[in-house]
Design a protein around this ligand. Structure first.
Ligand code: MIG
Length: 775
């Protein structure tokens, strides 16, 4: 049997050794039990399980049910689905409204089609397993298919042409194209085929590899576990995100302050320094919503402590900051210093909460505090205990926590905990490594949610796994003050967004290396349009606060931080969209124009919502660039010049200009710039980019920005539909929700002001002095 079904395949590790894999063999029987199609092969048993019409799960288990997955990614349970089953000569066909799964019997192979008959997935070779427990599948991919997603990866938007590994790793340097893996693992891809997209999620916590170097197929390899993947039917990229986030959940609504401008440094070292920093922002009228405390706030890097000399009165600091509209966000690492006089260590040892080897000895590794132990976050009671420690922060008014080093990072050769360490009973670190950070962050988020008594927590994390967005925003770790890293941050965050991490950003200005004024100005411009907007800089490198490079740069940088606050009402409405549908605020052009192949590989432009396009300058000494405009007519945000879409232009962008384009017909709500999100808006302006003829829609959402009252209807949502024709515009406006916003909404036109304006059937008179009217 082995002779027939085994075959050799070249390994991805660059060696010439040939691995021998064993195919799962022929299907011997299949039966249906409650929507689950269970089948038995010679060397494995499998299941096909429809979660919805448009989501199907495939599992194949060669371990006789002895392997149990511990993945925390999936939160959805299967819905009732009508499946039409047909037995064929050489197998079976299972059909829902959206998907068709064809099972080939000899040997077992799958093909999955959408309802238009487009092939989504096909086993090019039978799935096979190796004696060590590794498994591999080889799926068809057409030469012209484009692959997106895979979470936080270097390189351009399209992930084809490389091998990508999922193994959460702290990489201080250098985030080059070949630097892989990084801090997060998202074994998920979105595949674009001739304008149709579908998704595939391999729910594997072990180290996994996607080999995308081939013309007509890709291989997925996992270091262990049964095969377990989900296919999402699409066909629109937004459908795929909806389907994927149905499965792995959506981001909670962040507090508004988390969307403002954040200032960080490794480290602001004293209470006095932090106060002065805040005072400088206020004196210079530069908006600021959060300041981060990096590892030097602690007493010799012991988590849940303050250094008494440098931070003698943390409570009054937090209080002072709040009075200035600023939140203080301290860092919390997982490593707990080995020190018999340190309460967290003692308590954790007594309770048996730290990771151990199978023989019962504690695992110890070096991190910032020196020799440290690591909480076993796989255990529920450890997560609860860890969470409870955070009253240390929340009791003094802290509402946000920054989780770092949670890959987990250890200063040793393998950079992490020994794979032989066991978690929660007998799961090896090898199995759970990739979810360690997510479990830590879940503990943090859940605890904060309880402790903040109705306020929304903010958690920022470096490590994560599919589903991490349910608990935290993600930043992309230790980049450098290189133009190349500014460029890289765009496709990286776009692919994070396509992997459901809608709330993400890179360190503005670059973490390591010395920034300069031009780089910081350009980076702040584009950073203002990323979902998460934080300037952070490493110890030993040039200071990077907005004023660090002199008056001229400061003015430009301030202008763009102000701009962030002017655009916040629009962004906030887009966060609500991500919260409800999974579609991120920052999106690749292909998300809005999947049928325009010119958009498929654009890594250096992006959309903010449906109708705003950003085309940043990402090169030094450069004041122009090429911009691709998809179909339609686009208005330059600054000059109001109009660009006809479907072509490229060279546009000018002096140092104080970020190229921003708004589609004709679009409506966008803006506020006035203000020092902090804690100050309410009394007036919003809805800018209407007029067009000759056509209809457009817009939704503004608002709520108190800090509690969960919106879940009980305390929000306002205005659906606005504008119909333009013959020099007239008709607005139809519907309001929903019980929240009474503090603002009034004024309408202003960009472009020709229509001579007739009608709102919900009533003629409206425009104020001639300002050319605006109040809705
Ligand atoms: O080994 O806490 O990515 O943002 O400033 C470095 C110090 C540890 C890495 C984080 C960075 C942070 C730094 N940390």
């Amino acid at each position: 049997m082995l002779e027939e079904t085994s075959f050799a395949i070249r390994p991805t590790n660059g060696t010439n050794e040939i691995d021998v894999w064993q195919s799962v063999g022929d299907v011997q029987k299949i039966e249906e039990k409650k929507q689950i199609f269970a089948f038995t092969c010679e060397n494995a048993s499998g299941k096909i399980h429809f979660y919805r019409d448009d989501i199907v799960r495939v599992t194949l288990d060669p371990f006789d049910g002895k392997y149990v997955s511990v993945s925390p990614a999936v939160v959805a349970t299967p819905k009732k689905v009508d499946v039409h089953v047909q037995e064929k000569e050489d197998g079976w066909e299972l059909r829902t409204k959206q998907l068709t799964v064809v099972i080939e019997r000899r040997p077992f192979r799958l093909a999955i089609y959408d309802n238009e008959g487009i092939l989504l997935v096909r086993d090019e070779q039978p799935v096979c397993f190796e004696a060590k427990g590794r498994m591999r599948c080889v799926h068809a991919l057409a030469p012209t298919d484009v692959v997106y997603g895979l979470g936080e990866k270097t390189g351009v938007l399209n992930k084809r042409g490389s091998v990508w590994t999922m193994w959460n790793t702290d990489v201080y340097a250098p985030h080059n194209l070949e630097t892989d893996p990084l801090y997060e693992s998202h074994p998920y891809m979105m595949v674009l085929k001739n304008g149709h997209t579908h998704g595939i999620f391999f729910d594997h916590t072990y180290k996994t590899t996607f080999d995308l170097r081939h013309e007509s197929f890709y291989t997925f390899t996992s270091d262990g576990g049964s095969l377990d993947y989900y296919v999402f039917a699409g066909p629109h990229p937004k459908d795929v995100l909806g389907q994927y986030t149905h499965l792995v959940g959506r981001m909670p609504l962040p507090p508004k302050w988390a969307l403002g401008y954040h200032q960080s440094r490794y480290s602001y070292e004293t209470e006095q320094e932090v106060r002065e920093l805040i005072d400088t922002f206020r004196a210079k009228r530069i908006p600021l919503d959060a300041v981060y405390l990096d590892i030097h706030y602690m007493d010799e890097y012991r988590v849940f402590t303050f250094d008494k000399k440098r931070f003698p009165r943390p409570e009054s600091l937090v209080q002072y900051a709040k009075e200035q509209g600023v939140h203080i966000v301290p860092i919390v690492d997982p490593g707990v210093k080995v020190d018999a006089e340190y309460e967290t260590y003692r308590d954790g040892v007594q309770k048996d909460y730290f990771c151990k080897y199978a023989d019962g000895t504690l695992y110890k590794g070096d991190v910032w505090p020196g020799t440290s132990v690591f909480p076993d976050f796989l255990k529920k009671k450890v997560r609860k205990w860890w969470g409870e420690q955070h009253t240390f922060y929340t009791d003094i008014g802290i509402e946000g926590i920054w989780n770092d080093m949670n890959e987990p990072s250890v200063f040793n050769e393998t950079k992490t905990i020994d794979e032989q360490v066991v978690h929660d009973g007998w799961k090896t670190h090898r199995q759970v490594h990739n979810i360690y950070g997510m479990m830590m962050t879940e503990a943090t988020y859940s605890a904060l949610k309880k402790q903040l008594k109705g306020k929304r927590p903010f958690v920022l994390t470096r490590a994560g796994f599919s589903g991490i967005h349910r608990y935290a925003a993600v930043w992309t770790g230790d980049n450098r003050s290189f133009w190349e890293h500014l460029e890289l941050s765009i496709p990286m965050c776009l692919n994070l967004g396509l992997s459901a991490v809608a709330f993400c950003g890179a360190d503005v200005g670059g973490f390591a290396h010395h920034a300069n004024g031009e780089l910081l100005a350009r980076w702040t411009q584009v950073g203002a349009f990323f979902p998460y907007f934080r300037n952070h800089c490493a110890i030993g490198f040039a200071r990077q606060e907005p004023w660090a490079f002199g008056e001229g740069y400061e003015q430009i940088i301030k202008r763009y931080i102000d701009l962030r606050y002017e655009w916040l009402p629009h962004f906030y409405s887009l966060y609500v969209e991500a919260h409800q549908t999974g579609v991120p605020m920052m999106r690749p052009l292909m998300m809005e124009y999947p049928n325009d192949r010119e958009t498929w590989n654009i890594s250096d432009q992006f959309m903010v919502g449906e109708q705003v396009m950003i085309a940043p300058i990402i090169r030094p000494y450069t004041t122009h660039r090429i911009v691709y405009f998809p179909e339609g007519r686009w208005v330059d945000y600054w000059t109001k010049e109009v660009f006809e879409g479907g072509q490229r232009y060279i546009v000018e962008a002096p140092l104080d200009r970020l190229p921003i384009y708004v589609k004709e017909g679009a409506m966008i709500a803006h506020a006035e710039a203000k020092p902090s999100t804690m100050i309410v808006d009394e007036q919003l302006t809805l800018y209407v980019y007029t067009m000759k003829k056509g209809t457009s829609t817009y939704t503004i959402y608002d709520d108190d920005g800090e509690t969960f009252a919106y879940e009980k209807g305390e929000y306002v949502r205005m659906h606005i539909r504008a119909t333009f024709s013959d020099d007239a515009v008709h607005f139809e406006i519907e309001r929903e929700g019980a929240y009474k916003p503090p603002w009034q909404l004024r309408v202003a036109f960009v472009g020709d002001v229509p001579s007739t304006i009608v709102v919900n059937g009533e003629r409206c008179i425009i104020d001639e002095a300002t050319n605006t009217f109040v809705l």
